[in-house]
Design a protein around this ligand. Structure first.
Ligand SMILES: NC(=O)c1ccc[n+]([C@@H]2O[C@H](COP(=O)([O-])OP(=O)(O)OC[C@H]3O[C@@H](n4cnc5c(N)ncnc54)[C@H](O)[C@@H]3O)[C@@H](O)[C@H]2O)c1
Length: 455
């Protein structure tokens, strides 16, 4: 019997235990625990405190430095010429012609030219400037966090384009640095400021949809055709990274509706993807490569702590119309933005959308007051129809008035985290992955998502 145990049973037991301890490839230590992948939460350093609801001293004139002034950064510089009590004091890019272009935007608007910095590491000099309050980062994805962390460590607030961070480790880096330095780190999720989404958020907050329990968001945008000549870093990233590589446009607005880390939390995620079809064709065409790790269509499902369902999709390869989905289902109503916006309310007719005139009056009635005030100017300045300007306006308004920002560092981490979490789930047969709690247990302390205003 002893012999049988050693030669037959023991190897099987070893195999079973090896199987249950399968190593998980992740940017932070990870393990499988009771059928779910769990990522390690780093301990806070001494003196580091929660940044929930963090407000900093008001800044009368916000002095801004831009790092990364390609397509998106240049458009932001242009928008900033329309903001009051703001000075663009520094511009940084790898390419000096980008600095010249942005300086000509400033001088054409009657503003002084900004100090220029050129080169891969030149952002360090910009962040070290004494007369600077905010570093606005619109580089390619891999430089977002190194610049933001350096900026905060040098006493500056950071605003980062989307996605804010590209791994769980990077998510913790921005959380830990913001908590330690007491500097803001906002991800510039402009889709939270689109007009339909903001009105629908207000409707949800006022109870028009009852209990909202299922939400959908997406980034479905046919980019593959453009990649050869514009966003070259993006195709390189997608070729080498499986998962939802751009989750925040879809996720941001629906996370605000669910009060994520303000009463509810993302609990766990499972992901599935298709093979790469058009992604591989783009890789072949533009990079002469046979490989594209990103599946053409990726779906991530997240269950919240309260048991609600979140669905996020990513597809930048299909010849189909643009959509961010944005769908809310509640016990009393429903909102849907794409392909055409509609609202259904049980008390009117739960089987159909309300007629267009009713919807128009609902959208008007539920418009936030600050949107009413800034809407006309935002539509004139533009940026995705005005939402980009509203985002910049709110960022500067909160800094002027020493208020907590609309999107805090935990939002940046949670919404960006879907990139690596979806990759981990996909690589492990769609196994559930526990969502890191970037608030370290404080997800239920703040009572709902709200915009802050001066009293
Ligand atoms: N929110 C939106 O709607 C939206 C739209 C487009 C792009 N984006 C985001 O904006 C960012 C930039 O995208 P883009 O389309 O402008 O790309 P882009 O390639 O046009 O611009 C990136 C710029 O960053 C510069 N850069 C790279 N590394 C740098 C460094 N270390 N220091 C200084 N400059 C550096 C490059 O030279 C380039 O000019 C990305 O994160 C992207 O996801 C957001």
């Amino acid at each position: 019997m002893k012999k049988y145990f050693f030669f037959a049973v023991l190897p099987l037991l070893c195999l079973a235990s090896c199987k249950s301890q399968k190593s998980v490839s992740a940017s932070v230590p990870a393990r499988v625990e009771d059928g779910i992948i769990v990522l390690e939460t780093p301990a806070r350093e001494p003196g580091q405190e929660s940044a929930l609801g963090m407000a900093c001293d008001p800044i009368d004139t916000v002095r801004v430095g831009f790092v990364g002034i390609g397509g998106r950064g240049t458009a932001a510089v242009q928008r900033f010429t329309f903001l009051d009590n703001v000075e663009v004091v520094a511009l940084c890019d790898l390419d000096s012609s980008r600095v010249d272009i942005c300086n000509s935007i400033l001088t054409s608007a009657g503003l002084p030219a900004a100090q220029g910095f050129v080169g891969e590491e030149a952002y360090r000099q910009l962040c070290e400037m004494e007369d600077l309050d905010l570093v606005y980062i619109a580089t390619d994805w891999l430089d977002h966090v190194p610049v933001a962390v350096y900026a905060m460590n040098h006493g500056k607030h950071a605003a980062i384009e989307v996605p804010g961070a590209m791994s769980i480790d990077e998510c913790w880096q921005i959380v830990n640095t913001s908590e330690k330095t007491r500097r803001h780190c906002m991800m510039l999720e402009n889709c939270c400021y689109d007009f339909f989404e903001m009105a629908a958020l207000n409707m949800a907050q006022q109870g028009l949809f009852g209990e909202v329990y299922h939400v959908e968001g997406a980034y479905i945008h046919y980019l593959a055709e453009d990649w050869g000549f514009s966003e070259t870093w993006r195709i390189d990233y997608n070729m080498t990274h499986r998962g939802d590589n751009y989750p925040t446009h879809g996720l941001g607005p629906i996370a605000q509706v669910l009060d994520i880390h303000r009463g509810d939390k993302f609990d766990y995620l499972v992901a599935m993807d298709t093979p790469s079809y058009n992604g591989k064709k783009a890789a072949k065409r533009y990079r002469d490569s046979e490989e594209c790790l990103d599946g053409d269509h990726t779906i991530s499902l997240i269950r919240t702590g309260k048991g609600k369902l979140v669905e996020v999709q990513h597809n930048v390869y299909a010849p189909r119309p643009y959509t961010r989905m944005y769908q809310l289902t509640g016990t009393e109503g429903f909102a849907n933005k794409y392909p055409s916006a509609g609202i259904a309310v049980k008390s009117i007719n739960g089987h159909d959308y309300v007629p267009q005139p009713v919807m128009d009056s609902l959208l008007n009635a539920y418009k936030f007051d600050f949107v009413k005030e800034i809407e006309e100017k935002a539509k004139t300045v533009g940026g995705h129809g005005g939402m980009d300007f509203i985002m910049d306006y709110r960022l500067i308004y909160c800094l002027h008035n020493g208020l907590p920002l609309d999107q805090d560092v935990y939002d940046a981490a949670e919404w960006s985290a879907v990139q690596e979490l979806s990759r981990i789930s996909l690589e492990n047969g769609s196994m559930p992955v526990r969502f890191p709690d970037f608030t370290r247990g404080d997800w239920n302390v703040v009572d709902g998502f709200h915009f802050a205003f001066k009293q």
